[in-house]
Design a protein around this ligand. Structure first.
Ligand SMILES: [Zn+2]
Length: 233
């Protein structure tokens, strides 16, 4: 299994999962880059996976289906009618010879879901490297509970969020914990990657446990405090 990022908008990644001549696309906010890549690599599209109902994650679906008309689209209830397979916590199925497990991961949106695809986690905007998405629902408890689910995953799971926010998240983390060595080192590394115009992703659950203060928050109150501070950073 090979996983390739397609850049979209300012800082989105649309992830393409490939095995031999088959591909699955996650959160195609726009179509052009996806269609060009599938063409160039001579890949067939097996499925589209959606994590939540925001336009920068779903905006390309119609145009992709115009070319690949019988492709199944998986997503949570909130992305209907774009998806023809509605998924929720505990669902599992097979794609590209890998087991795909579904988690409800609400907070950023009410119906946000994430996919554990083999050992790769596609978490949309529910987890970023060194951060999380904004809690647009106002339901901080839901987002906190979502983070506890991620903490229970194996340390070796690779984390593929939908945005390149790592550097800003780490600058925020450093402002909270200026003497934290793991954060200082991660920031150095990430700045190098960004200067070379390279993605800072994927991360891993082990790495997030080290550098992600929101994931580390031991209480709901601490999480709310950090999340609100990050909103204003
Ligand atoms: Zn979103």
């Amino acid at each position: 299994m090979n996983i390739h990022p397609i850049k979209a908008f300012n800082d989105n990644y649309i992830w393409i999962i490939e095995r031999e001549t088959e591909a699955v696309v996650v959160d195609p906010g726009e179509a052009a880059g996806v269609l060009a890549y599938l063409d160039q690599e001579k890949l067939d599209l097996t499925a589209i996976l959606l994590t939540h109902n925001h336009d920068d994650h779903t905006g390309g679906v119609a145009q992709i289906l115009a070319k690949y008309s019988n492709t199944p689209v998986y997503g949570p209830e909130e992305t209907q009618p774009l998806n023809d397979h509605v998924l929720a916590e505990g669902d599992s199925f097979e794609l590209l010879e890998e087991k795909v497990k579904v988690f409800d991961t609400p907070g950023h949106t009410e119906g946000h879901i994430s996919y554990l695809f083999g050992d790769a986690l596609f978490c949309g905007d529910s987890l970023f490297s060194a951060g999380t998405g904004r809690v647009f629902t106002g339901d901080y408890q839901a987002q906190y509970d979502t983070l506890q689910k991620f903490r229970q995953l194996n340390d070796t799971v690779k984390v593929y969020p939908a945005h390149e926010y790592t550097e800003t998240n780490l600058r925020f983390a450093q402002s909270i914990e200026p003497t934290n060595q793991a954060i200082a080192e991660a920031l150095k590394e990430v700045r190098k990657l960004r200067a070379a115009n390279k993605p800072t992703l994927p991360s891993t659950i082990a790495r997030e446990k080290e550098i992600n203060l929101l994931l580390q928050a031991e209480t709901l109150n601490r999480f709310i405090e950090l999340r609100k501070a990050r909103d204003n950073f």
